[in-house]
Design a protein around this ligand. Structure first.
Ligand SMILES: [Fe+2]
Ligand SMILES: [Fe+2]
Length: 199
């Protein structure tokens, strides 16, 4: 018997990787170096967009399926998402108005998301796997991946595929060969190849 899909693992690995890299990039950049600082601000917007889309997909594609079947967990996940708003707003404020605060705001946002993703993977996923069928979980995974616009999808793929184990990448590419449109499968393989090279 195959185990039910883990709908969080791959994207969450990608989100952690993108956030760690972002904190590192902000921390090593002097805000008086205009070109480098502009690149930091741009990267912060891209990573926030990537994480926002992930949340939007969970809210719009996953939570409605839980509403009737597991109302308690539906409420828990909704509340957990709302609890991320404070650190999200602080990071947005620092991004637009307060460069000296950007580093700590990004670290605070990362810390809040680390705990949130831990809770989703260890506490919410078993509930989802009981109440949603394997095909519903597969469908969520497929739609979440395909919902992203091309530049964002590229960031998602690079972050995700660079943070997964060899066997998880192989499993993902096999899954994508049936779940993704033919024209995007080559792109997935190319990104996997590019980010997996090196020691
Ligand atoms: Fe979430
Ligand atoms: Fe999540």
């Amino acid at each position: 018997m195959t185990s039910p899909p883990n709908v969080f693992r791959n994207e969450h690995k990608g989100i952690r990787s993108a956030l760690f890299d972002l904190c590192l990039q902000i921390g090593r950049t002097d805000s008086s170096q205009q070109d480098k600082w502009e690149a930091v601000l741009q990267r912060t917007r891209e990573v926030m967009g990537f994480v926002d889309r992930h949340r939007h997909n969970e809210d719009s594609l996953l939570l409605p399926l839980l509403k009737e079947r597991a109302p308690e967990y539906y409420q828990r996940m909704r509340t957990a998402h709302r609890e991320l708003d404070a650190t999200h707003e602080a990071l947005t404020h620092a991004l637009e108005n307060d460069p000296p605060q950007l580093y700590h705001s990004a670290c605070d946002y990362t810390a809040a998301l680390l705990e949130h993703m831990r809770e989703e993977e260890l506490e919410h996923l078993p509930v989802l796997q009981i109440h949603l069928s394997a095909s519903e979980l597969e469908d969520f995974q497929r739609r979440a991946l395909m919902n992203a616009a091309p530049p964002e999808q590229n960031l998602l793929l690079r972050s995700m595929l660079g943070a997964m184990t060899d066997s998880e990448v192989a499993e993902f590419l096999v899954w994508a060969s049936t779940a993704a449109p033919t024209e995007t499968q080559a792109q997935f393989r190319a990104v996997a190849l590019a980010v997996r090279q090196g020691p």
